[in-house]
Design a protein around this ligand. Structure first.
Ligand SMILES: [Zn+2]
Length: 274
């Protein structure tokens, strides 16, 4: 049994075959997906998708959607979290965070706006007693600063790619670190070293589908220039990604499944009630 702790099943890339994608993942052994929302317009849809497929979801405003978000969306989030408090499938606030990789998000105004949306959403998570799912890109230290100012119960630092020390800081705050397709590239030496050094209890698995394709779906810039479309990642890839991690760490696939599933239930406790 596998849990894909981060899967954007609501993405437009799945419009044509969403149900088939979810079904293929189930056949591959992925019993549960966590679908984090990226913007207010998708909140109802991620909730419906989770309901339809026996999955879980999170509500929030993703840093890449902060430029077009309204401050009123934060009040709407507060209200949505209150209205859905009794929904067992609502397991976290997310996807929230800070992105200092995308140039348009790095202007002083955008940094400040991202910080505002991040910290208000942290407060909402705290008030509603929910964990958070964090988007981390060149922003670990500020994300940790926000968490120190406004601690939440637990969460996941998704697509983690920081140092061992930064990983430990998240673990100390009750977080797990999410890993996925990036691990499948042999050149990801630093990341592979990190996942070997971390205690197994710190790791959860994710695909981030349709993004972050594993190497067997990945098309290089050269291939794409020749017209080959970038491979679409899907939750059915999770067990194969897990096999790479199991090989790198030298654990059995069975033990890895047991440990990472247990970790997901620990950091997103409402998953255990589904
Ligand atoms: Zn995401």
């Amino acid at each position: 049994m596998w849990i894909d702790t981060h899967c954007h099943l609501d993405a437009a890339e799945f419009d044509a075959d969403r149900d088939a994608v979810r079904q293929a993942a189930r056949q591959a052994g992925v019993t549960r997906c966590v679908i984090p929302a990226v913007q207010r317009a998708h909140w109802a849809e991620v909730a419906q998708l989770a309901q339809r497929h026996g999955d879980a979801y999170a509500l929030g405003i993703h840093p890449l959607y902060v430029p077009q978000a309204q401050e009123a969306d934060l009040q709407a989030l507060d209200q949505a979290l209150r209205e859905r408090a009794g929904d067992p499938r609502l397991v976290a606030v997310g996807e929230i965070g800070l992105d200092f990789f995308v140039p348009a998000l790095c202007t002083p105004e955008m940094r400040e706006r991202q910080w505002f949306f991040y910290t208000v959403q942290l407060q909402l998570a705290q008030q509603h007693g929910l964990p958070v799912i964090l988007h981390v890109r060149r922003s670990v230290d500020l994300l940790l600063k926000g968490l120190r100012q406004c601690p939440v119960t637990s969460g996941i630092a998704h697509a983690f790619n920081g140092s061992a020390q930064q990983a430990q800081a998240f673990v100390d705050m009750g977080f797990a670190l999410g890993f996925g397709g990036t691990l499948t590239f042999e050149r990801a030496l630093q990341l592979r070293r990190l996942v070997c050094e971390l205690p197994l209890s710190a790791i959860v698995l994710e695909t981030d589908a349709p993004d972050i394709p594993p190497h067997w779906l990945y098309q290089t810039a050269e291939q794409r220039a020749q017209g080959v479309a970038q491979g679409r990642n899907s939750p059915a890839e999770l067990p194969r990604i897990a096999q790479v991690l199991a090989d790198v760490r030298g654990v059995s696939l069975h033990d890895l499944a047991t440990a990472t599933t247990g970790n997901a239930l620990r950091v997103l406790p409402k998953l255990a009630g589904l």
